[in-house]
Ligand binder design. Structure first.
Ligand code: ADP
Ligand code: MG
Length: 325
């Protein structure tokens, strides 16, 4: 097992203000995340809207500096790497194919650009690679001269995928790549990603709120809650026996995802806590049906066993222990 990308105790906070004259406050969007992406795997990241998935993704892509902690790509601290070096190895596919493509550039230019900025190949070579990649994602040559506005959402996402893969990066980070698309084209885009992954041997980080998709494609799943990873396990193990009460609630929830809204109804109510005012102790304790005495005051212990991570007081209890809430 080779670790391609590693986050070590990564945090990211933002200064935000609730109103024009309200004082600025610090919002912890990502709060102490450690995880490793293994070569060849699909690591899924799931969690409700606002839990910090996109902020983490932007840090893993080197697009947003961490407030603290370290991200290592191929064993090297990303802060010591140049933007072009990172871009050659890690590429994004974002949720919204409408805003992620430059409307004033033609499709072939958009796909060739990441290769051109590397400065290692001449324009004709970059264009040829772009056309080949477009063909590979199902957009024949007649699309090359088109502008993004002339394409459907699914076609634009194909362009974004071609752009991400034109340089054969080792890692692609997809942030809800199908959730802005019509249901009818979601599976086509997903199948395309999986075909490319097989052909190119690409490693994936796959952010999604669609648990059915995650169960189908992911090797491992990280569950995030309020900026933290609360459980991380191999996909089969997680779906068969979720150990964190939040994971249990997610898996028990009705799967009716709305684009961009994250996991909609967890059976826990919609009271996702205010990230500006996080609860003390375990961040999940106000909604947790299994909370016990220390949950509202002490941060949960992190249990690591058999390739699994669970951050929970309740899960740390020996089986059969009776507990008083
Ligand atoms: N640039 C920013 N400035 C202020 N707050 C932000 C910024 N980006 C994200 N946030 C906040 O950080 C939290 C996590 O956001 P995000 O990473 O987008 O979550 P997710 O992708 O899981 O929905 C949210 O509370 C969001 O409002
Ligand atoms: Mg997001």
């Amino acid at each position: 097992m080779t670790i391609l990308l590693e986050a070590r105790d990564v945090t990211r906070s933002f200064q935000v203000s609730r109103g024009l004259f309200a004082p600025k406050r610090r919002l912890h969007a990502v709060n102490g995340v450690s995880l490793a992406v293994e070569e060849g795997e699909i690591l899924a990241i799931v969690g409700e809207s606002g839990c910090g998935k996109s902020t983490l993704a932007r840090m893993l892509l080197g697009l947003l500096p961490a407030s603290s902690g370290e991200i290592r790509l191929g064993g090297q601290d990303m802060r010591a790497m140049g933007r072009l070096d990172i871009a050659r190895r890690v590429q994004p596919v974002f949720q919204d194919p409408y805003s992620s493509l430059n409307p004033r550039r033609r499709i072939a230019e958009i796909v060739a650009l990441p290769m051109e900025v590397q400065g290692k190949a001449d324009a004709a070579t970059c264009r040829r690679a772009a056309l080949e990649m477009l063909e590979r994602v199902g957009l024949p040559e007649r699309f090359a001269q088109a502008y993004p506005a002339q394409l459907s959402g699914g076609q634009r996402q194909r362009v974004a995928i071609a752009r991400a893969l034109v340089m054969r990066p080792e890692l692609v980070i997809c942030d809800e790549p199908t959730s802005a698309l019509d249901v009818s084209v979601q599976s086509q885009i997903l199948n395309l990603l999986m075909d490319l992954r097989r052909d190119f041997g690409t490693t994936f980080v796959f952010i999604s709120h669609n648990l059915a998709v995650v169960e189908h494609i992911a090797s491992r799943v990280a569950v995030m809650y309020l900026g933290q990873v609360v459980e991380l396990a191999e996909t089969a193990a997680l779906f068969e026996a979720p150990r964190h009460p939040y994971t249990q609630a997610l898996l028990a929830s009705a799967l009716t995802p709305e684009p961009g809204l994250g996991i909609p109804e967890t059976g826990l109510g919609l009271a996702f806590p205010d990230p500006l005012d996080p609860p003390p102790g375990c961040p999940f304790h106000p909604r947790c049906p299994k909370r016990i005495a220390p949950c509202d005051s002490l941060a949960p212990p992190v249990i690591r066993e058999a390739g699994r991570l669970v951050a929970c007081h309740f899960a740390a209890q020996p089986p059969g222990t009776s507990v008083t809430p």
